[in-house]
Write a protein that binds this ligand. Structure first.
Ligand SMILES: [Zn+2]
Ligand SMILES: [Zn+2]
Ligand SMILES: [Zn+2]
Length: 89
């Protein structure tokens, strides 16, 4: 882990990877997404802040699950929204 981390990111020992390459909420409502993120607390894969519905950030706010991982192939980073902390792994 890099230095700009927080206790939430430091607590992630096994990074959860996406089970499906789609935003489950967007699929449900028939919307589109840009990039995908995976919640490290519950493993849900949701869309990024460049997507119209920003489901990952909404999920973080509503659930209190702080850390997401990029679910994009080749990207290996974690982000904690409450702390605005970022770490590659
Ligand atoms: Zn944090
Ligand atoms: Zn979505
Ligand atoms: Zn979650």
């Amino acid at each position: 882990m890099s230095e700009n981390t927080c206790p939430h990111i430091a607590a992630v020992t096994d990074v959860r990877l996406p089970e499906r390459r789609e935003c489950e909420e967007c699929v449900r409502i028939g919307s589109d997404w840009v990039h995908l993120r995976t919640c490290q607390e519950c493993g849900r894969t949701l869309c990024c802040d460049s997507s119209p519905n920003r489901h990952a950030s909404r999920h973080a706010r509503e659930s209190g699950h702080p850390v997401i991982a990029s679910a994009e192939p080749g990207e290996r980073w974690l982000y904690c929204s409450p702390d605005d902390a970022f770490a590659e792994y």
